[in-house]
Write a protein that binds this ligand. Structure first.
Ligand code: A4P
Ligand code: MG
Length: 191
């Protein structure tokens, strides 16, 4: 047979990138949406947990079970309350590490859901609470909005955050965790 064979067809699916020389198409609503659906690379994130009311260890355990993407949990530490009204009980604090594609805002939502599940009632700032969950760090993300600041603005001044954080990421606290900050942060075993 000498008949001509049909030439292979070019694939008809849309190519993600135009070949060099093609004018780039302007972004459309569809492409913007597509961009937002792109999977994010997972990052290391850290959340601080504290409880000074009721069965503190049970509240921390329950919260760790509810939080997403947890890959590590520090030891727990008993700590004297910093700020707030006099006469509050000691806190039990720990830090959890996440490997996550969630944003800081998504993690704040998860943190607040865990607080709500612990029947936390907000009465006064720094007052006693069954559970407080703070978003410390989310990869390299920085955010400064009225209801969310990351990295957490007070974390570097707090022994009850830095000592448990050092269990999981000692490189992050080098030069920041002084013996003065660590004073009064008492090891209280595994969660
Ligand atoms: N908010 C802003 N940024 C963040 C963030 N990165 N993570 C907003 C979590 N929340 C963030 O918090 C008040 C508001 O902060 C929220 O509405 C949220 O949108 P809250 O939990 O309702 O109140 P709070 O915890 O009493 O106030 P605040 O300012 O968050 O206090 P901290 O810094 O959380 O400190 N002492 C010991 N020993 N151990 C403790 O765990 N914790 C506190 C609370 C004080 N003293 C303590 C401990
Ligand atoms: Mg808080």
């Amino acid at each position: 047979m000498t008949g001509r064979r049909p030439r292979p067809q070019a694939p008809t699916s849309r190519r993600p990138h135009p070949p060099a020389g093609d004018a780039p198409s302007p972004p459309t609503a569809e492409s913007a949406l597509q961009e937002r659906r792109q999977p994010r690379e997972p990052v290391r994130a850290f959340l601080a947990l504290g409880s000074n009311l009721g069965d503190r260890r049970a509240y921390l355990r329950q919260a760790v079970g509810r939080l997403p993407d947890v890959v590590g949990v520090s030891h727990t530490y008993e700590t004297d309350p910093v700020g707030g009204p006099p006469g509050q009980g000691a806190y039990l604090n720990c830090v959890v590490e996440l490997r996550t594609t969630r944003t800081a805002r998504e993690l704040l939502t998860a943190a607040q859901a865990a607080e709500a599940a612990a029947a936390r009632v907000r009465m006064e700032r720094w007052g006693p609470r069954t559970l407080d969950v703070d978003v410390l760090l989310v990869g390299e993300e920085t955010i400064d909005e009225p209801d969310l600041v990351v990295p957490h603005p007070r974390m570097w001044e707090r022994g009850f955050v830095l000592v448990p954080l050092a269990d999981l990421a000692p490189e992050l606290v080098i030069g920041r965790l002084t013996s003065e900050l660590a004073r009064g942060v008492r090891p209280a075993g595994k969660l």
